[in-house]
Ligand binder design. Structure first.
Ligand code: NAD
Length: 390
């Protein structure tokens, strides 16, 4: 069957939009289905809800032609393939909220038929693909499904979709052929795996990243605790030393994926994944360490004006989801400091010049380019080494 019409459930989110644009660019007819009516409306008016490199030009080329956004769930019936990319959060015990995932799938399955290919693209707990395959069998007596995880980095999704290998874990040969027919048009390489292998690839990829940041952060705290500058050590160990090439700088490891996916992997291994839990303690403990560092430099922070520069979770991006800058803000407020939160991507703060004029101390939350040439005459804490990395 020709796989011309593709519906994306959760299509107006951070994963749905880059995928939808990439598919539209390759001549598929794409419907972004989403319950967020405001975002649906803005996309149809050619306005993206967040920053994504290269996205606006593609949106302008395709919207209203072979790309639309819609809230009408009934449109799912018209699609050859239906991709699910809604969120997959963890609960208060850091265990996956699996029922939320199944609920969304069940809602749309009601409207679908057995000829349609189901593609799962969210990051899911190992075993979820198998469960959903069972849901399909229960409803249709057969299952045409593929788990095809998304691995793009936030903000540069379009470029990465066209360059990263695509993993496909199909429920049958037919599902593989059809999923291949779609992804071979946008990906340079297809890797076929079994469902649980693919689920683990995705979770381990993100967890590996989280562990790398935790290692850097643990060394940062160790060296700075000793009263030395971490970046003197870091710059020296990295200089012309090939095996340290990928050693990241210290920094706030936040955002909607890394912490969550490490906790999913920990839940998968029945909470025996001590390394993942330790990484979480290190990364989540860094904000406390930074506030303590500033306090050591300034004495009591009570009633002092402290600027937090950068509130988004990564540099040069407007996404604040799970940003640890907000944790720093809360910790400072608990010390009775007067916090001046600033971010060039959010328009609810004072101008940077005014923040810098008033601030008696500074913590760098996010190393946005806009802060590169800031000249500070007050005590500051910069775990990123943004102002003194080689
Ligand atoms: N953000 C990333 O860069 C990234 C990268 C790889 C994988 N992932 C994974 O992809 C999944 C989605 O993440 P995201 O960042 O795109 O989330 P998101 O919150 O940006 O997008 C989810 C979208 O789904 C919509 N939605 C929720 N319920 C719906 C329903 N019942 N029907 C239709 N639409 C619905 C929301 O309105 C939202 O637009 C998660 O599993 C995440 O871990 C994210």
């Amino acid at each position: 069957m020709s796989m011309k019409k593709i519906g994306i459930i959760g299509g107006c989110g951070h994963v749905g939009i880059p995928l939808g644009l990439a598919l539209a660019e390759r001549d598929f007819d794409v419907t972004l289905l989403d319950i967020n009516a405001a975002t649906v409306d803005s996309i149809n008016h050619c306005i993206l809800p967040f920053k994504e490199a290269g996205a606006v030009a593609i949106l302008q080329d395709h919207i209203g032609k072979n790309l639309i956004a819609a809230t009408d769930a009934g449109l799912v019936k018209e699609q050859n393939a239906v991709v699910f990319v809604t969120g997959t959060p963890v609960d208060e015990h850091h265990n996956p909220k699996i029922n939320d995932v199944l609920k969304v799938i069940r809602t749309y399955l009601e409207l679908m038929n057995k000829e349609q290919l189901v593609i799962l693209r969210s990051t899911i707990f190992p075993g979820t693909t198998e469960l959903i395959t069972q849901l399909l069998y229960d409803r249709f007596g057969s299952a045409k499904l593929a788990f095809c995880p998304e691995r793009i980095v936030q903000g540069r999704g379009i470029e990465e979709i066209f360059n990263l290998p695509q993993i496909i874990a199909p429920s049958s040969e037919e599902a593989y052929r059809e999923a291949w027919g779609i992804f071979s048009k946008i990906s340079p390489k297809i890797i076929r795996l079994a469902a649980k292998e693919a689920e683990l690839v995705k979770l381990i990829t993100n967890t590996w990243r989280y562990l790398e940041f935790a290692a850097a952060n643990a060394f940062y705290m160790m060296v700075e605790h000793e009263g030395l500058n971490f970046y003197t050590v870091y710059n020296a160990l990295k200089a012309d030393y090939p095996r340290a090439e990928h050693f990241p700088p210290a920094g706030l490891a936040a955002g909607p994926c890394l912490f969550k996916d490490t906790m999913q992997l920990s839940a998968f291994y029945q909470n025996n994944f001590f390394l993942g839990q330790s990484a979480m303690l290190v990364n989540e403990g860094l904000p406390n360490f930074l506030v303590d560092q500033l306090e050591k430099k300034m004495g009591s922070l009570g009633h002092k004006k402290i600027a937090v520069l950068g509130m988004t979770f990564k540099a040069n991006n407007d996404d604040t989801r799970e940003s640890l800058s907000f944790k720093i803000k809360k910790l400072l407020e608990f010390k009775m400091a007067l916090v001046l939160a600033h971010d060039p991507y959010l328009n609810d703060s004072l101008p940077l010049s005014e923040v810098l004029r008033q601030a008696e101390g500074v913590i760098l939350g996010t190393p946005h380019d806009e802060y590169k040439n800031v000249a500070l005459s007050v005590p500051f804490v910069d775990c990123w080494g943004f102002w003194n990395r080689a």
